[in-house]
Design a protein. Structure first.
Ligand code: 7RM
Length: 638
């Protein structure tokens, strides 16, 4: 018996030791006992980090939707698979059973086929958090089409860049979306994006807000009439273990987002196994992850992981602040949520509004609380623990990435003693290493360094779509024979890990990974701007907020800084989305640069955090006097 369900700390160590002593045989056992295969694998694992090439369960044949839906029909056809909670608390929740999910996915899959989508084709999904989003993701997987979900808060340029990069033939969207008291014109954004996407042949539109929209003849169709006509049975496409399942974009240090490619079998096995253990999910539990399916958290821990376990997974369309800041707790009470998984930024936003709204609701159903997306600070951790968990629910601070596909460092509830701000120990099968600047592994405890992983795990991304060289350069070139995460971490006296943050130029704002480069590109489009540099600074709600340093072009005439600031934020909103707007803007006469012309963001970061005495070595700067000027500006503003 593989230990599919870990029950205590001793068992964790025992299973962990087994999993790292022989990873292939460990994962083989898990795969064998808990999934449905059309054909067994010939080889569990082959890998070479120098290429890099990683293959899990090679030779196996399967379909992930058979594992997420069909195989549960016999034993739990009437169990709720997806519990949809709408934006408006007065609109009734919708319970979609496993049987209904099967029918809806089959119908949707048949519609995709009827519009020419075949195995391997890319389908871009730009939908709000409504059932059609989960259903369409599964429909793609059922017929072997590669889904690429783009978060429906991204701008039209961000959308078109992604559509063009993965060469999607089809876009799935809705007329609009609800967001608290507002509506968003999604179809309008798609129309704008598609002006730059000649490869898109068809757009299927779900009706959500009943708005007047433009339907382009020969390209756009309403989804519902097609679904009504579609057959309710659709055979699964038999996929190879390493066939692509999806592409999901994540920002990088250049302007171009990285299309992380995940494949089928390993991703399924790892997300299912982590879901079961990290949330200690039991039959009849109601599990809720508040993320959007547009992020990896939603892919792995709203859709695939929970459904592969036959769980009930909640999908929430709305926002934590509507109609008031008690909405999350109202939903917990209403649906008797047992596991609640959210981001530190949400916890901080809610904590800001005191404890009255949390105390108003009965949260006694809760058993496990989760955190993901960024380091959870001590204060937020305690607020979450005291007021939401009432000191009775373990908090799982789960560290992982779009690239890792599943949770990597985390406590196992009721087993691992938790410690505020620590993600604690590696999950089963995960072998972390801390590295120093010289490429040497740092052994022992009470040390810090750069976080790497030494051995492949089943759900790791296999490549960057269309750019394998960039995959190699970004993740496998910094340290020999290791996957480099881009994060820094420390290991305490008992071996617990605490993630300290990104060591590169990606800033995490409200749990969203934003690259500095595309934001700077947007700012630089302003006709008065010469140059810009973006850094993050600590913010009590968002975790980090963005601060921009801008130099203006020397035109002889003076510009109104307030106007330029407004225009710059508008450009950012148009090009990337409102999430990337700058909280602070300073107009400076020069940026701190190295002699080779590289902007030293490290210095700007320190100044923005008011750590004026920790600027480190400034001798490599081209013009050290700009540092004093910037310091004075920021100090005067504080
Ligand atoms: C799941 C997700 C990945 C980056 C990652 C970290 C940061 C995520 C934690 C965390 C500290 C955590 N994917 N991060 N979880 N930092 N503690 N528990 O967020 O691709 O969008 O971001 O997020 O820097 O590298 S992601």
């Amino acid at each position: 018996m593989s230990n599919y369900h870990i029950k205590n700390f001793e068992e964790y160590f025992q299973v962990y030791r087994k999993s790292v002593r022989n990873p292939a045989s460990f994962w083989e056992e898990v795969a064998e006992e808990h999934f449905t295969w059309q054909k067994r694998w010939d080889n569990v694992l082959s890998w070479d980090f120098t290429k890099p090439e990683i293959k899990w369960f090679e030779g196996a044949k399967l379909n992930i939707t058979e594992n997420c839906i069909d195989r549960h029909l016999w034993s739990k056809g009437d169990k709720t698979a997806i519990l949809f909670e709408p934006n408006d608390p007065n609109e009734p929740a919708e319970k979609i059973t496993y049987r209904e999910l099967h029918t809806r996915v089959c119908k949707f899959a048949n519609v995709l086929k009827s519009r020419g989508i075949k195995k391997g084709d890319r389908v871009c999904i730009y939908l709000p958090m409504i059932p059609e989003l989960a259903v369409s993701v599964l429909a793609c997987a059922r017929i072997g089409a590669v889904h690429s979900v783009v978060f429906a808060g991204f701008s039209s340029t961000a959308l078109s860049t992604r559509i063009v990069d993965c060469d999607a033939k089809m876009v799935l969207t809705s007329d609009g979306s609800y967001r608290g008291s507002k509506t968003i014109d999604l179809k309008g954004i798609v129309d704008e994006a598609l002006e730059d996407c000649p490869g898109v042949e068809s757009v299927l539109v779900a009706k959500r807000i009943d708005s007047e929209i433009n339907m382009k003849e020969g390209r756009d169709e309403w989804l519902q009439p097609l679904l009504d006509e579609a057959d309710s049975e659709c055979e699964i496409e038999i996929m190879d273990a390493e066939d692509p399942l999806f592409i999901l974009y994540t920002s990088g240090s250049t302007g171009m987002p990285k299309g992380m490619l995940h494949t089928t079998a390993g991703y399924m096995v790892y997300t299912a196994y982590t879901f079961k253990n990290v949330f200690q999910y039991r039959e009849d539990d109601i599990y809720w992850c508040t993320a959007d399916i547009g992020w990896i958290t939603g892919h792995s821990y709203i859709v695939y992981g929970p459904l592969a376990n036959g769980a009930t997974t909640v999908m929430f369309e709305g926002v934590p602040s509507y109609p008031d800041f008690g909405r999350f707790w109202e939903i917990v009470e209403k649906h008797k949520i047992n596991q609640f998984y959210t981001a530190p930024t949400a916890v901080r936003a809610l904590a800001k509004h005191g404890t009255e709204l949390v105390e108003k609701y009965d949260l006694s159903s809760l058993k496990v609380l989760g955190s993901v997306g960024e380091p959870i600070n001590e204060e937020a951790w305690h607020w979450y623990n005291d007021n939401v968990g009432k000191k009775k629910c373990p908090i799982v601070d789960t560290w992982w990435q779009t690239e890792t596909g599943g949770i990597m460092i985390t406590p196992i509830p009721f087993s691992t003693p938790t410690k505020p701000t620590y993600a604690t120990l590696p999950f089963i099968g995960i072998q972390p290493a801390l590295m120093d600047e010289n490429g040497e592994e740092i052994h022992g405890n009470q040390v810090d360094g750069r976080l790497c992983i030494k051995h492949p795990w089943p759900s790791m991304a296999r490549t960057i779509w269309g750019n394998h060289q960039r995959y190699k350069d970004t993740y496998f070139s910094a340290y020999e024979n290791k996957y480099f995460t881009g994060d820094g971490a420390l290991r305490d006296e008992v071996g617990y890990y605490r993630i300290t943050g990104r060591v590169d130029d990606v800033i995490i704002v409200s749990g969203h990974n934003l690259g500095t480069a595309p934001i700077e590109d947007a700012i630089n489009e302003h006709n008065a701007v010469a140059e810009s540099a973006i850094v993050g600074f600590p913010h009590d709600v968002k975790g980090n907020a963005l601060c921009g340093y801008i130099t203006l072009k020397d035109t002889g005439e003076s510009r109104d800084h307030t106007n330029v600031s407004k225009e710059v934020n508008q450009l950012i909103t148009d090009r990337i989305g409102p999430i990337a707007k700058l909280d602070k803007i300073y107009f400076v006469s020069g940026l701190p640069k190295t002699r080779s012309g590289k902007i030293m963001r490290r210095i700007l970061r320190k100044i923005s955090a008011h750590e004026y005495n920790q600027l480190g070595d400034t001798s490599t700067l081209l013009d050290p006097t700009v540092v004093d000027e910037i310091k004075e500006l920021v100090k005067a503003d504080a």
